[in-house]
Design a protein around this ligand. Sequence first.
Ligand code: TYD
Length: 210
Amino acid sequence: MKGLFVTFEGGEGAGKSSILREVGRELRDQGYAVLETREPGGIRIAEEIRKVILNPAHTEMDARTEALLYAAARRQHLIEKVLPALERGEVVLCDRFIDSSLAYQGAARGLGMEEVYDINKFAIDDHMPDLTLLFDIEPEQGLSRIEANEGREQNRLDLEHIAFHKTVRDAYHKLAEAHKQRIKVIDAGKSFEEVRNSVQRVLDRFLTSS
Ligand code: TYD
């Protein structure tokens, strides 16, 4: 594989999506070919699956069903969009990937991180990210940012109890501890400028060493 696969992870309101766009712009200015994408979006089938998962009316959705739908959407997005871009040698910036399922479905929904890893392994084979940026923020701060940002759509998962988000955060910390090489923790509680600069430093180091 010639390209570079970078994923953006973190809890709600961590600002990863705005930073992703900014990073995309900067990398293009530096001459890189960049694909900006998000999970499970951008791909027709994956977008349809996403609508089913995030529909606030689907209160009866079983946790394993949810995990399987995320894994299915992930595979379709990987096959149709991410892998071809990597083959072309592009830098792929992806908003959420397998670690979201491990933290949200595995830990917060209580399915078990190993169990969720296993179904995701079936979905992605060996295509793990080269680098994962973990946007770390106190759930209270993240959620209050979302409330302040009226333009952002509220989804079923935003409505979950604060304890859910704390479990998500703890799970991300565990993943970062277990995969120090791949996962770099960014303090997302700081200002946009500061967060962008930390991300830039991590990326520069990574791009010059790979
Ligand atoms: P989205 O509107 O994309 O929110 P964000 O800007 O926070 O990424 O909604 C994605 C939601 O889906 C978010 O609450 C996290 C959740 N999610 C999972 O629970 N598991 C997953 O595998 C993925 C990709 C997302």
